[in-house]
Design a protein around this ligand. Structure first.
Ligand code: F6P
Length: 347
């Protein structure tokens, strides 16, 4: 029986979204199903905005960054009449593939659990902080961009005898800082899970310089709380006080604050680079293209088999279905043992 399958991408964009759209569409069309793209995440389902997805629409998508379906941070549960509109609009589809992170999949899980909505999830986020899967696509690309930046900053830091602070994304979890910092040979890595103090960071930089090095690289996650020895402040550094529809503040700016403290304490000239959205833009790495393709194919299979309320996940080397609820159960944070590996190279 041919089905009508809808696809949406929600939350922050991420390299590999188009590769998922391509794979899920291709497989579904090959089975004789009709595929419809929902525009701008949950907003498109509230407002009823769609575009047909055909063979021609998915041509050239594999290496393309961003999402041809566009995205938004709309939360139907926070809008007057939002959930009713989504449920009404969903009736015209046999199933929905929702591609997103904790927020988008959180909505998908609630719609499935509370109303039996026929939804299959695909885990996406450069932050890699979703439970239930060993990896999200987009993370590898973000790490590669961070590593390339750290490599480049090394040569200019060395030429000028400077400390370079590199601020990377990572709202609740320090995965990007850890992987790009380890791969790039950072001298200190600061993450939300194990917040070293400013003073300890300065000591580590001073120790390194005492051992004959004239420059240092400090990588900091945007979600690292500025932490002092005396415990005066453990606040997140934000760009505005406003919260989005999922209750998140807009982070950013911790790199500059840290650099100011480090320069004051150590006396070493310090500069800041904030990678920001560069980490989310552009073409996905080969790893992310393959992972996204595998997720897209499995999502299409799950929808075809009527296995709603599931999510495609990576377990070891296998891509398998897991309950959607498991994917959004908790955030996956950096474990102590992994941080200890990085500490071996601090200072
Ligand atoms: O969740 C992914 C992420 O890239 C976070 O690391 C970051 O805090 C946030 O999105 C930025 O979101 P926005 O695109 O709204 O600035």
């Amino acid at each position: 029986m041919p089905k009508t399958i809808a696809l949406l991408t929600g939350g922050g964009d991420c390299p590999g979204l188009n590769a998922v759209i391509r794979a899920a569409t291709r497989r579904s069309l090959d089975r004789g199903h009709r595929v419809v793209g929902v525009l701008q995440g949950w907003r498109g389902l509230v407002e009823g905005r769609y575009t047909p997805l055909e063979m021609g629409s998915i041509s050239g998508l594999l290496p393309r960054g961003g999402t041809i379906l566009r995205t938004s941070r709309t939360n139907p549960f926070k809008q007057e009449g939002g959930v009713d509109a989504v449920r009404r609009n969903l009736e015209q589809f046999d199933a929905l593939i929702a591609i997103g992170g904790e927020d988008t999949l959180g909505v998908a899980n609630r719609l499935h659990a509370e109303f039996g909505a026929p939804i299959v999830g695909v885990p996406k986020t450069i932050d890699n902080d979703l439970s239930g899967t060993d990896a999200t696509f987009g993370f590898d690309t973000a790490v590669q961009i961070g590593t390339d930046a750290i490599d480049r900053l090394h040569t200019t830091a060395e030429s000028h005898n400077r400390v370079m602070v590199v601020e990377v994304m990572g709202r609740h979890a320090g995965w990007i800082a850890m992987h790009s910092g380890l791969a790039g040979g950072a001298d200190v890595i600061l993450i939300p899970e194990f917040p070293l103090t400013v003073e300890r960071t300065a000591q580590l930089v001073q120790r390194r310089h005492g051992r004959g090095k004239d420059f240092s690289i400090v990588v900091v996650s945007e979600g690292w709380p500025l932490t002092h020895e005396e415990g005066a402040s453990r606040d997140l550094t934000t760009q505005t006080a406003e919260l989005d529809a999922f209750g998140h503040v807009r982070l950013g700016g911790i790199g500059q604050q840290l650099a100011d403290h480090l320069e004051r304490i150590t006396g070493f000239e310090t500069r800041v680079t904030t990678l920001g959205h560069v980490q989310r833009g552009g073409t996905p790495t080969a790893y992310d293209r393959v992972l996204a393709t595998r997720y897209g194919l499995l999502a299409a299979d799950l929808v075809d088999g009527g296995q709603h309320g599931t999510m495609a996940a990576l377990r070891g080397t296998e891509v398998v279905p897991v309950p959607l609820a498991e994917g959004v159960r908790e955030l996956k944070t950096v474990p102590r043992e992994f941080y200890a590996l990085a500490e071996a190279f601090f200072g």
